[in-house]
Design a binder for this molecule. Structure first.
Ligand SMILES: Nc1ncnc2c1ncn2[C@@H]1O[C@H](COP(=O)(O)OP(=O)(O)OP(=O)(O)O)[C@@H](O)[C@H]1O
Ligand SMILES: [Mg+2]
Length: 224
């Protein structure tokens, strides 16, 4: 039996813009099982990032619920939610969000340190992840000394170093040229296969979407 790692039940999200109420998501139900790859496509403003934030427990739905490995995120306290996010999920964004004062190695090791792993173990896992994405020789460099593509691959290594059950990526190659985008996608797929993580990726890039097992299209607040 394949494990359900992420499930959305009838998600509704409304934003209040002064008097105006905007219903961005109008009842989204979806399931992600262990190890599968899913692309989310949709026009700009269709609610892709909003959906991903709800799936990752970074924001609460107006209605409906999200379960991460069977756990309803809205029913646990903030500490438990943070723990789930750190241990079960990995996040990759369009902008790398690396800590500029720290080396690539330290950035990748950070979620392991936060998770309570010993420093030598954090180091060796972080180095292994960086080597896996072709950045072993860049481990000591700070983000400012890396190219855009190298920074994104570092962020990908950081998202996957904890062996999450599911990685949520919001336009991970949106800022990169074609060659760097391909390298970053390859890095994500390699680490994903190593760890058996599922991947949900929001993208405008048809080539990335074509590499995923399933494609969901968001339109008018629902999945077409
Ligand atoms: N915090 C917020 N307050 C009010 N409206 C919001 C908020 N966040 C998102 N929206 C609105 O929700 C809609 C969907 O936004 P979202 O960022 O999810 O779209 P998207 O599909 O990710 O777009 P893009 O492809 O441009 O990234 C937009 O109309 C946006 O203005
Ligand atoms: Mg978006």
């Amino acid at each position: 039996m394949t494990e359900v790692v992420l499930e959305a039940f009838d998600l509704v999200k409304r934003f209040h813009d002064g008097e105006l109420k905007v219903e961005v998501l109008k009842g989204i139900s979806m399931q992600v099982v262990g190890g599968e790859t899913v692309a989310i496509l949709g026009a700009s403003g269709s609610g892709k990032s909003t959906l991903l934030e709800l799936l990752g427990g970074l924001d609460n739905p107006t209605d409906g619920k999200v379960e991460v490995c069977g756990l309803d995120l809205s029913r646990v306290n903030e500490q438990e939610r943070g723990k789930q996010r750190n241990e079960v999920l990995g996040f990759v964004y369009q902008f790398h969000h690396l800590l500029t004062e720290f080396s690539a190695l330290e950035n990748v090791a950070m979620p392991l340190l936060i998770g309570g792993m010993s420093i030598p173990e954090c180091r060796s896992r972080a180095i292994a992840a960086l080597e896996r994405v072709g950045l072993g020789h860049r481990a000591r460099h700070r983000p400012g000394e890396l190219s855009g593509g190298e920074r994104q691959r570092t962020a990908i290594a950081r998202a996957l170093v904890t062996n999450p059950k599911c990685v949520l990526a919001d336009e991970p190659t949106g800022n990169l040229d074609r060659a760097s985008a391909v390298q970053s996608l390859d890095a994500m797929m390699v680490l994903r296969e190593d760890s058996g993580a599922a991947l949900v990726v929001v993208t405008h890039d048809e080539k990335i979407a074509a590499e995923m097992e399933r494609v969901l299209v968001l339109e008018d607040g629902t999945i077409r």
